[in-house]
Design a binder for this molecule. Sequence first.
Ligand code: ZN
Ligand code: FE
Length: 253
Amino acid sequence: MKIIIVKCLVDNYSYIIYNERTRVAAVIDPSDADPITNEIQKHNLKLKYILNTHHHFDHVGGNLKLKQKYKCKVAGYENDKTRIPEIDIGLKNNQKWKNKLFECEILHIPGHTSGHISIYIKEIGALFTGDTLFSLGCGRIFEGTYDEMFHSLEKLKKFPRNTKIYCGHEYTKKNSDFCLSIDHKNSKLLDKINQIIENIKNNKPTIPSTLGDELECNIFLRSDDTEIQNQLGINSGNQIETFIKLRDLKDNF
Ligand code: ZN
Ligand code: FE
């Protein structure tokens, strides 16, 4: 199986996954139909599925047009049936869903929205995190609570370290500036930032990241780190308190 990273709208990423032999394809979070259609035609693919991580327009904007054109099935979180356009298949928390292309594991990870899910394809070690976990950041909390977002990220931390992280936006450089403002002694972070700058200079995505990198460099996954707690002036050792502080600081960064 192969993954095509498709740049959409301003800074969104959609992902086309396909089987090189059968040419069967699925797309995750098609922001917009046209860039997806271009890739489908260019690579001579048969689009069978759309999967959505959440209902925001920049993740479902291509659903209707693509479904009309390719007669593909739309899959998304079952409790968001009223908000995901053209949905056919309702996915549940902890469900393993097998289609004609791959088997994937669904986790409900609320916080950014109440119905956000992640999609893990074990066969290729790929985790699609939408707007919950970004490279070096996490999503804004729109519908959920800090507590929910914190626990959603805790769930994602449990995947294997070499898992490739495919997120919904190219926010990595901006996120790295924030990480650096608090975690400037982290040499792993400094190395990663050099790589990020190199990629951007060459007009390449900074995605995928790996979970291992994120565990070491993304401060939103490290609210248990005493160094970070000290930087924020938190003496209680309380992880949620640390996470809230980080999220609030980032909202105003
Ligand atoms: Zn969103
Ligand atoms: Fe988004």
